[in-house]
Design a protein around this ligand. Structure first.
Ligand code: EPZ
Length: 432
């Protein structure tokens, strides 16, 4: 298993190009099942989760072509990578355990398979390190569209009488990103209109809704908590750009801040994470928007700021662990409250290994800074916890080894290279 070694204490300066958003790309890839025509996605990130999703879609019968274009050209987006997915023949409606257990986003194929084929058998994703993460709301919503669902032997068996889902009014009792995405895709091929209330408003949802519209669906209310979907009998191919990764953006913004450096983040949009940039500004970080991104710089004198994770446009849970690392270097106390997942503080004992003063009380953690952080061997437990430990290692004096970094490769593309180009002393130890 690979590890990452860091010699910390270097202020980072330079430029980082932000990739396409993993959490936008995954549902967009699943949307390819809704049509027999090619769906081309541009500005694709290159990540393990994207390969897992490609494998899943291939075994449903999709063909996938990837191409490299000139990065930064209008055709290619900042990453220069595109992917064309063609699901002209669905040969298999089963999403197997072995692929879905590796990545919850595999569950996104349920709505599209059911809507196009009238049936699907999809493995339950199972729990994960950050919480129980049920799929009851996905199933409830599809049942309201007429699906008959049974769960046995670890699989969801879904079918619809007459082969076509029927539009309905669905009110989610709790905001769910994945549930909203699964339902949106299903509703796009359903018979009649669907109204989705208390829908998630994350930018990744808007990216998907725009994609569905480009494929011929009629989704309105995009960006609000109420989405209207007029279902179509068939959808067609389209060409759609993946939005920039707001979590990668926030992570590198915090890398600049935690090392008291200055990083130019290119190919991103500051509007995707206003809550985070507001918190950074309050903490004393300088944020300067540019035409295609933002410049983030910090000097000593950061202040502790409280944050509460919330659905968009609130502070994202996917940046909570990184924020905690940053707050360890700020003066005063910072209270960090996690409201989305019940078990997303596993980075706490690892951050303590750097000398961080942090205590957890229920859903809140209190960090008292500034800590004099020293490098340590630490263990990554999930994707975003991993990046918080990388930030800790960049700030700490001396050597840090972050073990079990396979989580990191699911969501951060060429992280060592991007940070290394800004002066970080960071290397991957293969097979550590
Ligand atoms: C998405 O997960 C993201 N994943 C997560 O990113 C992100 O943390 C999360 O949204 C919240 O923003 C992808 O987009 C692939 P939810 P998702 O459904 O869709 C509960 C990362 O690090 N819930 O909005 O699974 C659930 O347990 C990952 O990139 C139910 O109870 O999140 C959680 O407490 C991690 N029943 C809350 O709702 C359901 O049927 C929000 O989950 C569905 C969800």
């Amino acid at each position: 298993m690979d590890a990452i070694r860091i010699l910390g204490g270097v202020p980072l300066t330079g430029e980082i190009v932000i990739g396409g958003a993993k959490n936008a790309a995954l549902p967009l890839m699943a949307a390819s099942i809704l049509t027999g025509e090619p769906l081309t996605l541009i500005n694709m990130p290159e990540l393990v989760d994207i390969s897992t999703m490609s494998n899943l879609l291939r075994q449903h019968g999709a063909r996938i072509d990837q191409s490299a274009l000139a990065p930064g050209s209008s055709e290619a987006g900042p990453t220069g990578r595109s992917m064309t997915l063609t699901a002209d023949r669905i040969t298999n409606v089963t999403a197997p355990y072995d692929l879905v257990r590796r990545m919850r986003a595999g569950f996104f194929v349920l709505g599209p398979l059911l809507a196009r084929m009238g049936e699907a058998k999809v493995s339950l994703p199972g729990g994960c390190a950050i919480g129980t993460r049920g799929v009851d709301l996905h199933l409830m919503a599809l049942e309201m569209l007429g699906a008959k669902i049974t769960v046995k032997e670890g699989y969801v068996y879904a079918s619809v009488a007459g082969g076509r889902l029927k539009g309905a009014k669905v009110t989610f009792p709790k905001v769910t990103v994945g549930g909203t995405e699964n339902l949106l895709m299903a509703a796009a091929l359903a018979d009649g209109d669907t109204i989705l209330e208390n829908a998630a408003r994350e930018p990744e949802i808007s990216n998907l809704a725009d994609c569905l519209n480009a494929m011929g669906a009629e989704v309105t209310g995009i960006g609000s908590g109420t989405l209207h979907v007029r279902g179509k009998k068939t959808l067609h191919g389209a060409r759609v750009a993946v939005i920039p990764d707001r979590i990668e953006t926030g992570t590198y913004a915090m890398a600049a801040a935690i090392t008291r450096g200055r990083i130019v983040l290119k190919g991103t949009q500051i509007e995707l994470l206003e809550s985070v940039f507001n918190a950074l500004r309050q903490a004393g970080v300088s944020i300067e928007p540019t035409a295609d991104g933002v410049i983030v710089a910090a000097e000593n004198g950061l202040r502790g700021i409280d944050v509460i994770t919330e659905p968009f446009p609130g502070f994202p849970t996917d940046l909570q662990a990184q924020w905690m690392a940053l707050m360890a270097t700020a003066s005063g106390a910072s209270m960090i409250t996690e409201t989305i997942f019940e078990n997303r503080f596993m980075h706490v004992p690892e951050l303590r290994r750097f000398g961080v003063d942090v205590n957890v009380h229920g859903a809140s953690a209190i960090v008292r800074g500034p800590a004099k952080m020293s490098g340590a061997p630490v263990m990554a437990t999930d994707l975003r916890a991993s990046s918080s430990l990388i930030l800790g290692g960049l700030a700490a004096e001396g050597e840090t080894v972050v073990n079990r970094i396979y989580h990191l490769d699911r969501g951060y593309e060429r992280l060592e290279e991007k940070l290394g180009a800004c002066g970080a002393r960071i290397e991957r130890i293969v097979g550590a």
